[in-house]
Design a protein around this ligand. Structure first.
Ligand code: SF4
Length: 447
């Protein structure tokens, strides 16, 4: 057991996050008295982290490539550094101890997303609408995902329609212009809804929000078995131009292991339907590090998705979080095969680049194995604006539905204020008036 002590620091969370990159729970302790490693706070958090990183590197022999960064938005940090220096990648290496490959990737993504997406228009916002239902619950899921009958979905949609109407009215009353740049239906799996329910929901959205300036309209259709021609036609008729078909793997055995209850064949069918209907952009998520998958399996999954012609491919590393079944089954899953996951991603990046895809957004997650990152790739500059804005944190996000977390952006202070909806869908329905009131008092229109 290695003990660490931080003098003059009350909240040691961010330092502990860095320790966790090197050591597993049970191998260290944050101590209030005796300790082998003692740090004095002198007004510079990063200086403490640099010393901590050096000590941990010497202790373990590891040199994690994201250096002292434990936050989820390295590209945002690079953008902030760029305001005051000409070579942010060098600062990321020197002051944040990033490996040169990570510093270069971060800078590359910053430049590319700025070139393709530009800066958000002043006062503009993105709208997120959550549908917290899926056909089954994945083994690793920690999101608001429920498996319910039709009557519950109907009750939820009634509440959601009410929230859409009220928020639309708030934006109109305010008198200022709030052009909506992107709309994103996520979840859960929005295409769990029937074609009629989707039609009513998207009609309602267009009725109460001004979508005349919209640049991107995404609906997640994560589970391939929920996509039908009727639903695709409905989405396209409302201007949806991006959907997500997210099998996470193309190996049947893994699909069964993670509790997806759909087949690889369903993925081919979903692509066929979406392409035949003319969906302009299809995103696909893949996860590195799923149970029992080898390096070859993962690259084979990627090759299958490339053959299907996805426009966006997002590579995730499995992050096992507290609310998931997998965490209950295997407490230490995140610490296994770290090197393997790193190699999977390294080789997948190479393949994607050789196929003409470019990385356009990146975020890091806590609890990922191998201290890696999630990276979105796109072909033909089809970068998702919504994904970029979420990571930039320089635009208001109005988030509706259970689990939606709105973020109001105050440009003069470059600050975000959060307004959270409850994540339990039943409580959301019961307290819908309060969810609406939170947005009014939280100043959702003050951007
Ligand atoms: S599809 Fe996504 S939201 Fe639904 S259960 Fe699986 S991980 Fe959770």
């Amino acid at each position: 057991m290695v003990r660490f002590k931080f003098n003059g620091i009350e909240n040691t969370n961010q330092y502990e996050e860095l320790i966790k990159v090197f050591l597993q729970p049970g191998e260290y302790e944050i101590s209030a008295s005796e300790a082998e490693y003692i740090y004095e706070y002198t007004g510079d958090k990063d200086a403490v982290k640099r010393r901590l990183y050096s000590d941990l590197a010497a202790l373990t022999g590891k040199r994690p490539k994201w250096g002292i960064l434990t936050g989820i938005r390295p590209v945002k940090l690079a953008g902030e550094l760029q305001k005051s220096c000409t070579h942010p990648a060098e600062v990321l290496q020197k002051d944040y101890y990033l490996h040169d490959s990570k510093a270069a990737l971060t800078k590359e993504i910053l430049d590319y997303q700025r070139a393709v997406c530009g800066a958000p228009e002043e006062g503009s916002m993105s709208v997120y609408i959550g549908i917290p239902f899926c056909p089954t619950r994945c083994l690793y899921c920690s999101f608001t995902s429920n498996q319910v009958g039709e009557s519950e979905i109907i009750r939820y949609l009634e509440a959601l329609h009410k929230e859409i109407e009220a928020c639309g009215a708030m934006l109109r009353q305010d008198g200022k212009k709030h052009p909506i740049e992107s709309v994103y239906f996520g979840g859960g799996t929005p295409t769990t809804l029937s074609a009629e329910q989707l039609d009513a929901l998207l009609t309602h959205t267009a009725k109460f929000f001004d979508l005349s300036k919209i640049r991107e309209y995404t609906v997640e259709a994560g589970r391939p078995d929920t996509i039908t021609k009727d639903k695709s036609d409905v989405l396209l008729s409302h201007g949806v131009d991006r959907i997500s078909i997210n099998p996470q793997t193309m190996k049947q055995r893994t699909l069964e292991l993670i509790g997806r209850k759909h087949t690889v064949e369903d993925v081919y069918k979903a692509f066929e339907i979406a392409k035949a209907c003319g969906v302009p952009t299809i995103n696909t998520d893949l996860i590195a590090g799923l149970p029992e998958e080898t390096h070859e399996d993962f690259l084979q999954n990627l090759q299958e998705i490339l053959k299907l012609g996805a426009d966006n491919i997002t590579l995730h590393t499995l992050a096992v979080k507290r609310a998931s079944k997998l965490k209950e089954l295997d407490e230490n899953f995140n610490y296994k095969d770290e090197l393997l996951r790193e190699m999977m991603l390294r080789d997948a990046h190479e393949i994607l680049r050789s196929e003409g895809y470019r990385p356009y957004y990146l975020y890091r997650q806590k609890h990922t194995s191998g201290n890696t990152e999630n990276t979105g790739f796109c072909k033909d500059d089809k970068a998702s604006i919504y994904n970029v804005r979420i990571m930039e944190e320089a635009q208001t996000i109005l988030a509706l539905g259970a689990g939606g977390i709105s973020k109001v952006y105050y440009p003069e202070k470059n600050r975000l204020e959060r307004i959270a909806n409850v994540s339990n869908y039943e409580i959301y329905i019961q307290r819908i008036d309060e969810m609406i009131e939170r947005k009014r008092t939280g100043g959702i229109t003050e951007c």
